[in-house]
Design a protein. Structure first.
Lengths: 234, 219, 194
């Protein structure tokens, strides 16, 4: 090969041989990368789907099936089951195929960095019925209590998120208060020692719910209320 | 293969052991410190990072050594970087396929293995001049040395910072973890502590050797 | 403060999650080129400049790769393009402004393999920043790097004359200092929070 000759002579090799060598190496590496990508892709998608389902089923109790939707000011569109990466809201259904609620993402600035949460919204009782932290880098032992503290998580079993009469915004904006000071159903009982983070979660819910819920209610008609269950009970 | 006359260096125990202690990439050469500090907040992440780096070290070492007569000298660094980036991408996808949680914990630092000076340094200084067997043994040694260093840090930081090791609790529930160890400053302090410890050991050894020599001279 | 506002992105990269002291990126030059304040300043300037260039390049490449569904080539393209764009910039500066080249020149090749540069490109992709956000992020990260480098250089200039035990001289002492700086920077966490 041309490269082998050039390495023997100390004189400067022609640029064409350099280009050939570099191209050959790039082609080989490209081939290897594509091979690895193709081999791992199904596994990676499966992993991502599992992680997402785990989160969705945590915030929507009793759900066992998930459908992907994309919600924006133009409407609510159903996406195919495998294109979960493009979705921004997820509908949950129980094992009879009945709609249980909507899982929506929200984010706000925490103590260290952005805190991303997923919460479940139930149309029936117009409230948030579950919350889980998707991503955070809060201080271990302090800020990360928001993921584990049972008393804090109890706030989200039924957190009032009613809309106002015009369905244009939350009737009462969700807010985090000091521990033990919660009087209204739309208030979140904070954690002392994790004040900033628990406030951030409140803000994430307030901003996201304030923006998404009016849209969701507006386009509720394009939502499938029941879905056929393929596996079925005997 | 060991008797091959073209071999600049015969395969020996030293080829492997070089990276473990004498030229330990982290503790002695202070190379590739970014992942050493960034992902060692627990032992599991440290182990995964060490294994990923070892894999890239070995694979790129083998390929560079295999192609050492084909790659023109002028474009060798560019070729090495492409080869390394290829294997890093493969590792990146492999980790995503194995565990998404692990992938999230390591974050962009898997892809940053590309700019880890240890790997390019080994490719340039060793693999490009030696046979495949030698290159892979040397890379394995370096990889094990690197993993060992990562575990030294990850272990200490997890034990003190979270009260566990590899996720298993070590202390009674009343143990109050020293969170500072898993936070960024803890990384700097623990590495500084290890370096300090090693330099104390080195000084002691030097002093002992000197004493022995003096005693020998006196008698 | 909005989670994706430009001010927040800048502050986050600059001091809250300082590239060097909280994310551990670019440690090699941080420990290597921080002996003199003047050198540290020049190095910092060069890094800000290279970060702006490579962040722009990375943004452009990523847009292209996403359009053609070639995301798996991202890492290889990033490293190749960053390395060659830095070389091009170096040549251009040498030709256009020899004075500037004398100031930044020797640092440019050093920076190419600096993990802070590739880290910046990877983080901006992971966080899906748009173009202006990328620029704010790269200026913040570069400024943060410069700040950390100069603080460290200032401390080390003072330490030149200090009497420390022999065994702690060198890397162990520098790392302890870095740890103390990092501890101080933790105080910025929560800045601009809710």
């Amino acid at each position: 090969m041309s490269g082998q000759e050039t390495s023997k002579q100390p004189a400067r090799p022609r640029s064409s041989s350099l280009i050939i060598a570099l191209t050959a190496i790039s082609m080989t590496s490209g081939l290897l990368v594509v091979l690895a990508f193709q081999l791992t892709l199904p596994r990676i998608n499966l992993n991502k789907q599992r992680a997402l389902e785990r989160a969705v089923f945590t915030v929507l109790p009793e759900s066992t099936v998930r459908k992907n939707y994309y919600l924006d000011t133009d409407g609510l569109t159903l996406l195919p089951d495998d294109s979960f990466a493009q979705a921004n809201v997820y509908a949950g259904y129980n094992d009879q195929g009945t709609f249980t609620g909507m899982a929506i993402e929200g984010s706000a600035r925490g103590y260290q960095d952005i805190v991303k949460v997923l919460y479940g919204y139930s149309f029936e009782n117009q409230s948030i019925v579950g919350m889980t932290v998707l991503q955070s880098s809060e201080t271990p032992g302090l800020g990360d209590k928001v993921e584990t503290d049972p008393e804090f998580l109890a706030n989200f079993i039924q957190l009032d998120a009613r809309l106002n009469d015009a369905s244009s915004a939350l009737a009462n904006p969700i807010v985090t208060v000091k521990r033990g000071k919660k009087i209204h159903p739309w208030q979140i009982d904070g954690i002392s020692g994790a004040t900033v983070t628990s406030k951030a979660i409140g803000a994430a819910l307030r901003d996201s719910a304030g923006q998404m819920l009016p849209l969701l209610v507006k386009y509720e008609s394009s939502l499938e209320r029941t879905i056929p269950i393929s596996k079925g009970h005997e | 293969m060991v008797n091959d006359p073209r071999l600049p260096e015969p395969l020996s125990w030293d080829t492997f052991q070089q990276g473990l202690w004498k030229e330990n990439p982290v503790f002695v050469m202070l190379l590739g410190l970014c992942p050493v500090l960034a992902v060692t907040n627990n032992a599991m992440n440290a182990l995964a990072m060490g294994l990923a780096t070892t894999f890239v070290l070995i694979c790129s070492g083998v390929l560079v050594s295999l192609l050492r007569k084909v790659i023109p000298k002028q474009v060798r660094i560019a070729s090495y970087i492409i080869i390394i980036a290829t294997f890093v991408t493969i590792v990146d996808y492999a980790i995503q396929a194995i565990s998404l949680d692990l992938y999230k914990a390591l974050g962009a630092f898997i892809q940053l293995i590309v700019v880890n000076c240890i790997i390019l340094g080994r490719a340039e200084a060793y693999a490009s001049k030696n046979t495949i067997v030698n290159a892979s043994v040397n890379a394995l040694g370096m990889g094990v040395g690197f993993t060992f260093a990562l575990l030294c840090l990850g272990g200490v930081r997890e034990v003190f910072g979270s009260g566990s090791l590899f996720g298993f609790s070590l202390f009674a529930p009343s143990f109050q973890p020293w969170s500072i160890f898993v936070l960024p400053p803890g990384g700097f302090f623990v590495l500084a502590f290890w370096l300090f410890l090693f330099s104390v050991i080195k000084e002691r050894r030097k002093a002992a050797a000197q004493l022995k020599q003096e005693a020998g001279n006196a008698s | 403060m909005q989670a994706d506002s430009l001010t927040f992105i800048f502050l986050n990269a600059f001091i809250i999650n300082n590239f060097v002291l909280a994310m551990f990126l670019g440690l090699c030059p941080f420990l290597g080129v921080s002996a003199k304040l003047k050198t540290a300043w020049n190095m910092g300037l060069a890094v800000i400049f290279v970060m702006l260039v490579s962040s722009t390049c990375a943004y452009a490449i990523n847009t292209l790769l996403v359009r053609y569904n070639l995301e798996f080539l991202r890492l290889i393209c990033y490293i190749a393009v960053i390395a060659s764009s830095v070389q091009l910039v170096e040549m251009a500066i040498k030709k256009l402004s020899p004075a500037l080249f004398r100031m930044l020149g020797i640092f440019l090749p050093l920076i190419t393999t600096n993990c802070a540069i590739l880290g910046l490109a990877l983080f901006q992709t992971n966080r899906e920043y748009n173009f202006t956000q990328c620029l704010a992020f790269s200026v913040g990260a570069g400024a943060g790097f410069t700040l950390a480098l100069m603080l460290m250089a200032g401390l080390r200039e003072k330490l030149e004359l200090a009497d420390v035990p022999d065994v702690t001289k060198g890397a162990a002492l520098s790392l302890t200092l870095a740890g103390l700086l990092s501890l101080a920077f933790m105080g910025f966490a929560g800045l601009g929070g809710q």
